[in-house]
Design a protein around this ligand. Structure first.
Ligand code: PLP
Length: 718
């Protein structure tokens, strides 16, 4: 244990708790969670499930007693055995399936990761996906090291005032109570490497985070030795200002490679997620040229060992830098690559353009031999979007493949649902998701048992919402409207409860359901078959249209005409996401096609038997099978998409969704609805888990790259 964690004094018999608390493995291992909860249930609750803080605050007497408690010790030993088994990696899917690739590894680069509340270094879907990727890689024994940035001010905490205006509050990361471990250099310096940026050295420190078997390295420039401006590079995720973004991305890419080198990690495959990570390719070119290769040879080598995953077709997701910013910040790097400035800048020039834009995705597409989108539909959208790079080819011939995203079952499935499946399918079913016969047995799950578990989760959610609304109301005692909008008047367990939670940005259309507000009102306040909706989500601080949508939704939430049936919950993050996807009856998803690359919250809901109603975009285009939810189809003639989608949404709610939900059998169970719940679960477990996703990454990309299999297609022009 390093110095920082040794402040925790533990009896020797249970000394391993400190190590367990610093491996996020505990966050998805039920027994490990139970172990910490047993130490002090109240403290566990108060610390928001933060084991390090718990261990620091619990009394020595309590710990001494536990060290003598046979029941506790038995659980402790079981968990420690599993933790130790992680290190050996023996018997994993990867090691038995790919014995020839022992010792190989993958470097996974991403600008954000969502693992747990105590490490708030993500903004949304991409981060959650990257986190789930690492967890599933650990489960499968895929050797993965991840590289990202530490943000000491995280993304932001959201406060919404009574007018619905979002206020962005700094979310300060307290490194001491996170499971982060500082990595010091051999001579004890707090930095492992440095990069030349805008005319001075920026020193880069590293924090290590253990996520099961996966090691995550988070880069930090907030060090005393650095210029104040450079220290700020580690403050905020997706900072505003292209100049700051450029420098952050340079740190992520260039320092990321150097840190792995300093630690003696030699990955065989390099996986760039979004263009943000793209400078990692430049640094590897530089290394090869410094080692004597020509630029062309270096490009061939880098292409052969690099995979690029594009995660969005939305233009804001693709960084563009001005040539003069590159000159100023990283000017001269081309000399180290043995090429001219012109040739370097051409790497980032979109086809057909001659301006002074350096487009990160374009550069990355030219330097990665393997490229994928994140759903079948997104593959096709990406092929059309980037086909200019492969002149003369039909979209179907553009060498972009796909791996549909998935979610980590152990992290997202509610425990009572898991127990139900344990009883029905037998323990260990999580490792046999590939067996369609086994998963097919979900259809025979007992209706009453599933419905009862669902209601229990729903009541938990609604209790939580109302307690939270009451708490906020006490803080702002003068604002009854806030209490109303915060869900203080939601009905109890009976009404059909719809969830909508995601980033607030235009294409996600949180306000589409209000297009005909009067029609919606009639659906919600129906005295016999009431319906209620819970919204949550943040808008990016610079996204004014997104904030305006949020304000619009909020105003409906506080409008008494809706009788409290609409709630807006502040500060959507992992914890709230868990409660929502596990506790609502129906998940609503309204992206404007074709802007949603995949979307994952609907998959999380489906794992918990919550069907989705969605437009045919992202994963739903391949996920909907006619029986696991509802589809809001695109109008055949083009036309006004918003109007057509809204009309269909109302019609589905009025004619199918609400009647089906309230169609109870003699035992009081909505049997047809419950059948749909099971279909949703079954389909999600078959096709939309992170386990399936990571297996496909290995099969389609990692293993072929490790085996140096030839690339299918000639390099794009450029
Ligand atoms: C899953 C998740 C997301 C992504 O949801 P989408 O459906 O892809 O929009 C965003 N934020 C949090 C906190 C999540 O858990």
């Amino acid at each position: 244990m390093n110095a920082r964690h040794s402040t925790i004094d533990l009896p020797e018999r249970i000394g391993g708790l400190a190590g367990l608390a610093t491996n996020l493995f505990w966050s998805w291992d039920r027994d490990a969670r139970r172990l910490f909860r047993t130490i002090d249930p109240q403290l566990w609750h108060i610390t928001w499930h933060n084991p390090l803080e718990l261990l620091r605050r619990v009394s020595p007497e309590r710990l001494a007693a536990l060290a003598q408690d046979p029941g506790f010790l038995e659980l402790y030993d079981r968990v420690m055995e599993r933790l130790d088994a992680l290190d050996s990696g023996a018997g994993s899917w990867f090691s038995s399936r790919y014995p020839d690739l022992a010792g190989r590894s993958v470097a996974y680069f991403c600008a954000e990761f969502a693992f747990h509340n105590s490490v708030p270094i993500y903004s949304g879907g991409l981060g959650v996906l990257a986190g789930d990727h690492c967890k599933a890689a650990s489960d499968l024994g895929v050797p993965l090291v991840a590289v990202g940035l530490l943000y000491t001010r995280g993304y932001f905490d959201q406060l919404v005032d009574v007018e619905g205006r979002q206020h962005d509050v700094d979310e300060v990361l307290e490194r001491g109570i996170t499971p982060l471990t500082p990595v010091l250099s051999e001579n004890g310096d707090p930095f492992l490497t440095k990069v030349w940026l805008c005319g001075r050295w920026v020193h880069v420190g590293v924090w290590k985070l253990a996520v099961g078997r996966a090691a995550v390295h988070l880069l930090d420039t907030d060090l005393e030795i650095n210029h104040p401006e450079d220290r700020q590079l580690s403050h905020r995720l997706y900072a505003s200002g292209a100049d700051v973004r450029l420098r952050q991305e340079w740190v992520l890419g260039v320092a990321g490679v150097r840190v792995l080198r300093a630690l003696g990690v030699a990955p065989d495959v390099w996986h760039a997620n979004e263009g943000h990570a793209g400078f990692m390719l430049i640094e590897r070119l530089r290394e090869l040229v410094a080692g004597g290769a020509s630029f062309e040879q270096a490009v061939d080598k880098v292409r052969a060992s690099s995979l690029f995953t594009t995660h969005t077709p939305v233009p804001a997701g693709h960084d563009v830098f001005a040539h003069q910013d590159l000159d100023r910040c990283v000017g001269g790097v081309w000399e180290e690559l043995g090429i001219s400035r012109e040739r370097f800048l051409a790497l980032g020039r979109p086809p057909g353009e001659d301006g002074n834009r350096f487009h990160m995705t374009t550069m990355v597409l030219r330097l990665c031999g393997r490229v994928n989108g994140v759903s079948l539909k997104h593959r096709d959208v990406s092929r059309s979007l980037w086909r200019g790079l492969w002149p003369g080819r039909e979209p179907s011939e553009v060498p972009i493949g796909y791996v549909t995203n998935g979610v980590h079952v152990a992290s997202w499935m509610a425990y009572p649902i898991k127990l139900l499946l344990d009883r029905h399918l037998g323990a260990g079913w999580e490792e046999e998701l590939e067996d369609p016969e086994l998963i097919g047995r979900i259809a025979e799950l007992d209706d009453a048992a599933l419905w009862e578990v669902h209601l229990q989760l729903k009541v938990q959610l609604l209790d939580f919402v109302r307690e939270d609304a009451a708490r906020r109301w006490r803080h702002h005692w003068n604002a009854d409207a806030r209490h109303l909008a915060g869900g203080g008047a939601l009905l109890h367990s009976r009404p059909l409860t719809i969830g909508f939670a995601r980033r607030f940005t235009s294409y996600k259309r949180a306000d589409l359901i209000f297009r005909d507000a009067e029609r919606l009102r009639r659906i919600l306040v129906d005295p016999v078959r009431p319906v209620q909706i819970i919204f949550a989500g943040k808008a990016h601080p610079a996204d004014e249209p997104g904030k305006a949508i949020l304000q619009r939704v909020y105003r409906y939430a506080r409008d008494p005409a809706f009788e409290g049936r609409i709630a807006f919950l502040e500060d959507y993050e992992l914890h709230l996401a868990h409660r929502l996807v596990q506790g609502v009856d129906l998940w609503l998803n309204l992206p404007r096609p074709p802007m949603e690359a995949c979307g994952t919250s609907g998959m999380k809901a489906a794992l918990n038997g919550v069907p989705q109603i969605s437009t045919a975009d992202g994963w739903w285009a391949e996920g909907y099978d006619g029986s696991n939810g509802w589809l809001i189809a695109d109008p055949p003639d083009g036309g006004d998409l918003d109007a057509a989608h809204a009309e269909q949404l109302y019609r589905l709610l009025e004619n199918q969704v609400v009647p089906e939900f309230y169609d109870l059998d003699h035992a009081g169970i909505p049997a047809t609805w419950v059948r749909r719940m099971k279909r949703a679960m079954q389909r999600a477990l078959e096709r939309f888990t992170a386990r399936r996703m990571v297996r496909e990454y290995v099969e389609r990309y990692y293993a072929p790259a490790m085996r140096c299999e030839p690339l299918e297609d000639p390099p794009p022009s450029g």
